[in-house]
Write a protein that binds this ligand. Structure first.
Ligand SMILES: [Zn+2]
Length: 268
C-alpha cells in the first residue's frame, strides 16, 4: 500500500499566515514507511484532522529553511519520538535547518537533535537509502540557496517532489523517469517573476518528464485567485498528463501509477 496525504497546500507567506490553505506538509506512506515532507505551521493539527499518526513517521524531510516548510519540525519530532521516550526517526534536511549557516539560527533545537536516531544534512546530489526506498536530492534554484527537492525510488513507483525552485534544464533531467510529480507552483500562468514555478513552467516540466500523474501544490495568493483547479485543467489539456490541483486533506493511492520494477535500485 502506498499513498499520499496533503496536510497543507499553502505556498507563500501570505497564504500561510492567513491560513487560506493549511501548511502541514505532505505525507508519503510506502508500506509501513511514512515520510513527512516539509512540516510547516499546523502539521500536528492537520495530521490529527486527516487521520495521520505522526508517531509512525520513519523520516522527516525538509527542503528549505523557510518557515512554511519547517516551522513545526521540532513538534513533529516530539510526536515521532513520544517526547524522547523512544530515540527514533531520521531527519533529512536542507543544511540551514540543522546547522547555523550564514548566521541564521537553525530550526532544529539541540534538544530535538538528541531525540532523533539519525540526522542527515543534505548536500547536492545526495543519495540516502531507507529500507527499500532510495531518496535522491533534486537540484533547486530558489531564494533559499540551500533549497532542494527529493526523488523517491520506491519499489513500485518513482516520485519526485520539486520543493521550491525555478525551472531549470538540470531539474527536468533529474526528474526523468518519475511516475508521479509533485510540483510547488505558487504562481498561475506566466506570473512568476522570481525563482519559483508558475503554471507555464509546470507545463514545460510535465510535458518533458511525462509522468503518469502530476500534482500541483504550494499555492500563493495569485494562484488561489486564478483557481488552482482551472490551472491544473489547463496543464492537463496541454500536456495530456493527468494533473491534479492538491487541496488540504487530499489523499491519493499511488500504487496504480507505477510499474513493478524487476529489481530495486541499489542504495547507499
Ligand atoms: Zn515555499
Amino acid at each position: 500500500m502506498a499513498s499520499l496525504i496533503f496536510l497543507g497546500t499553502a505556498g507563500s507567506s501570505a497564504v500561510t499566515t492567513k491560513q487560506l490553505r493549511s501548511s502541514g506538509g505532505i505525507i508519503l506512506q510506502v508500506d509501513d514507511l511514512q515520510f513527512h515532507l516539509d512540516p510547516g505551521p499546523g502539521a500536528l493539527n492537520k495530521a490529527k484532522e486527516y487521520g495521520v499518526n505522526l508517531h509512525h513517521n520513519t523520516a522527516v524531510l525538509v527542503t528549505s529553511h523557510h518557515l512554511n516548510h519547517c516551522n513545526d519540525l521540532n513538534a513533529v519530532i516530539e510526536a515521532m519520538t513520544h517526547s524522547g521516550i523512544e530515540q527514533r526517526g531520521i531527519l533529512l534536511a536542507s543544511k540551514p535547518v540543522v546547522h547555523s549557516v550564514d548566521h541564521h539560527h537553525p530550526f532544529l533545537t539541540t534538544y530535538h537533535q538528541g531525540l532523533l536516531e539519525r540526522i542527515i544534512p543534505l548536500e547536492k546530489d545526495h543519495k540516502v537509502g531507507i529500507e527499500l526506498v532510495e531518496i535522491n536530492t533534486l537540484s533547486a534554484e530558489h531564494t533559499d540557496p540551500y533549497a532542494l527537492g527529493f526523488k523517491f525510488f520506491c519499489p513500485k513507483f518513482t516520485l519526485s517532489y520539486s520543493g521550491d525552485t525555478a525551472l531549470t534544464s538540470q531539474l527536468v533531467t533529474e526528474m526523468a523517469g518519475s511516475d508521479i510529480l509533485i510540483l510547488n507552483v505558487p504562481y498561475p500562468g506566466n506570473k512568476s517573476a522570481g525563482l519559483n514555478l508558475d503554471t507555464d513552467a509546470a507545463i514545460k516540466i510535465i510535458s518533458q518528464v511525462k509522468p503518469k500523474l502530476a500534482i500541483m501544490t504550494h499555492f500563493g495568493l495569485e494562484m488561489l485567485k486564478a483557481d488552482p483547479l482551472m490551472e491544473a485543467r489547463e496543464v492537463q489539456r496541454i500536456t495530456n498528463v493527468q494533473t491534479i490541483a492538491a487541496y488540504d486533506g487530499l489523499k491519493i493511492a499511488t500504487e496504480g501509477f507505477g510499474q513493478l520494477k524487476s529489481n530495486v535500485r541499489g542504495y547507499s
